[in-house]
Design a protein around this ligand. Sequence first.
Ligand code: GN1
Ligand code: CA
Ligand code: CA
Length: 275
Amino acid sequence: MNMIRGIGAQLGFYVVLSLFFLPNIGASEAENRSDTCSTHTILPGPKGDVGENGDIGEIGKPGKEGPMGSKGDKGKFGDLGDQGLIGKIGPIGGKGEKGHKGLPGLRGGKGKPGTFCDCGRYRRAVGQLDLKVTHLKSSLKFVKNVIAGIRETDEKFYYIVKEERNYRDALTQCRIRGGTLAMPKDMATNSLMAEYISSLGLLRVFIGINDLEKEKQFMYTDNTPLQHFSNWKPGEPNDGSGYEDCVEMLSSGAWNDVDCQLTIYFVCEFMKRAT
Ligand code: GN1
Ligand code: CA
Ligand code: CA
């Protein structure tokens, strides 16, 4: 501080001296004047006393922001956090492997004594089932044959059953299948049946006409009499030997009365719509 004050005093001295001798002139001119007055040397006075200390200056302006410091060291482990909430239920896991077979259980208690077997009852039931199976097989065979070789008009189906039966049994066979022995009531139907017989290479089949009720009064199996149509072979019906009460159709389509106990194939008819 003292050194600063000394320098300040010297500067003040030279400033005062310059103002005194060199008003309004440049530096080089002042030097020439000094040379001119060098014979009248003026010496400086003694150094004055040290002045009083100045007052404390005002607080300086804040300095510029310093550069960013280097990255600090890694901190220590933080304190243990609070326990989190319970998470969502996870997805269903895969099926586990099959476990080992368990040990066998304890032996069961002794059973109650058996009851008497009514074997006869079961045998009868089995027998009835066998009959039904046989009937179903027969029906199935019939249906298959019908599909394979049927004839039809607008109203009816005709089917020749190639099983040798007497007249009564033939009629029964047609009826249990939902029909009756065929009844040709016009020439068109008669011709259709004749073609059917001959197409199978047959010579004769029973048809649904008889005079069982009253000799010489031929009736259809639906109990209607012959009316506007018949197709008797010439010379027939002759009631040969006195007991020809049933009628067959020959492959020509002609009719002949024969013994009802004759066993031959027969032709059934089935209505297409229920009457
Ligand atoms: C047949 O076989 P015979 O002649 O005695 C037929 C009769 C006919 C007759 C015609 C079972 O009798 O129905 O009317 O020929 N009997 C049989 O000649 O076919
Ligand atoms: Ca007769
Ligand atoms: Ca005859």
